[in-house]
Design a protein around this ligand. Structure first.
Ligand code: PMP
Ligand code: GLU
Length: 400
């Protein structure tokens, strides 16, 4: 019997970040010692006061359906957070909570795209963007950026990609995988193009709290009423609060867009978990000290990892201003041999490194730049120290 999958889904690639993570976890479960720099998942426990709130939610019977858009308490907490951090005024009708930022992105594109609509995606891009756009019948238009500009899309690069079919720009700052942060003037340039062409900006700000060396994240929506009207700001609890498995993301936008997203969500998953929503209110309204402590740890790991990787022969690293990744140029390794096998691509390199060197990284091919690999430093200092030793040793002995 032939089982047929839809043409659309057949063209979607599964998430490389999640599949490498699954492989790593399986190797660890099989008793193999592997160093994981793959998936971007904070190693910290979710802070105690948030875990306590979830237990309280269960004990208090917060275990029923909530409104599709999320509870009023949570949407108010998100409004207060946007005001506190960005001076942005939203009302609860302009907020929707979903099951992770990935889900918020998916709902956004479902709400705004017609078949064939183009979405401008600067390269390198986070692995899921192109697939989420395609899943919602859009066409990702990839715009290469330059290393000397910190891989940030310039006004000229953006303008040259705009067509009559452009519906949205996908902006990610702080950026995964490069860690770059757009400055206010760079954001103004993007906003100018968006406003003059009536294009939405889907602004993925999930790493907003994770910034270093005094660099600060600015939300593009805060640059004026016109650009706020066109912005769909995406954020969530996964990264800053170490809540990846809880699945809570949110979007802030014009009420008309939020209504459409809510309608999609109401038929797909109803709403994010009631317990997670309750705990997220406590997380957002509570003291933010735990977030700051985690950021301090990330900052130390970033400096250490950058110094170590920069000293390894043949590698070229970009110092990240935010997020928890170091994007490493391995052009010098391409066409060489690792353990007797030719390295044709970052995929070959990452695969041999994981299987034979027992170090997990993400190949740059996942982000549209094949001569790079991404290291995540969302893991303990001990693993970073030992894992970089193992990486260095493996490459020294086996790269020819
Ligand atoms: N956006 C970016 C840039 C990410 O790196 C991630 C990581 N998972 C997400 C969105 C999605 O986060 P989540 O669905 O866990 O909230
Ligand atoms: N965003 C993280 C990463 O890039 C988590 C994995 C995922 O959601 O794809 O590693």
């Amino acid at each position: 019997m032939e089982l047929r999958i839809s043409d659309k889904i057949s063209k979607i690639a599964p998430s490389i970040t999640l599949s490498i993570d699954a492989k790593l976890k399986q190797m660890l479960a099989d008793g193999i010692k592997v160093y994981g720099f793959g998936v971007g998942e904070p190693d910290f426990e979710t802070p105690k006061y948030i875990r306590d709130a979830a237990v309280e939610a269960i004990d208090k019977g917060m275990t029923k359906y909530t409104p599709a858009q999320g509870t009023m308490e949570l949407r108010k907490a998100i409004c207060a957070k946007m005001k506190r951090d960005h001076g942005l005024e939203y009302n609860p009708n302009q907020i929707i909570a979903s099951s992770g930022a990935k889900h918020s992105l998916s709902n956004s594109f479902a709400a705004i795209l017609n078949p064939g609509d183009e979405v401008i995606v600067p390269v390198p891009y986070w692995v899921s963007y192109t697939e989420i756009i395609k899943l919602n019948d859009g066409v990702p238009v990839l715009v290469p950026t330059k290393k000397e500009n910190g891989f940030k899309m310039t006004k000229e690069e953006l303008m040259s990609a705009v067509t009559s079919k452009t519906k949205a720009i996908l902006l990610n700052t702080p950026n995964n995988p490069t860690g770059s942060i757009y400055t206010e003037s760079e954001l103004k340039d993007i906003a100018d193009v968006a406003v003059s062409n009536n294009i939405y900006v889907v602004s993925d700000e999930i790493y907003e709290q994770l910034t270093y060396d005094g660099k600060k994240h600015i939300s593009i929506a805060a640059l004026g009423e016109d650009i706020k009207e066109l912005s769909i700001v995406i954020n969530g609890m996964s990264k800053a609060y170490a809540m990846t498995g809880w699945r809570l993301g949110y979007a802030c936008a014009n009420e008309k867009i939020i209504k459409a997203m809510s309608s999609v969500q109401s038929h797909a998953v109803s709403h994010p978990s009631s317990i997670t929503q309750y705990a997220s209110v406590v997380a957002l309204n509570g003291p933010q000290d735990d977030v700051h402590k985690m950021v301090e740890q990330f900052a130390k790991r970033r400096t250490y990892m950058f110094d170590r990787l920069s000293k390894i022969e043949g590698l070229k690293c970009l110092m990240p201003d935010g997020a928890f990744y170091i994007y490493v140029d391995i052009t010098n390794y391409i066409n060489k041999e690792l353990c007797g096998q030719k390295i044709n691509s970052s995929l070959d390199f990452a695969q041999i490194l994981l299987e034979q060197g027992h170090v997990a990284v993400i190949p740059g091919a996942a982000f549209g730049t094949d001569n790079f690999i991404r290291f995540s430093y969302a893991t303990s200092m001990e693993i970073i120290e030992k894992g970089i030793d193992a990486f260095e040793d493996f490459v020294k002995k086996n790269l020819k």
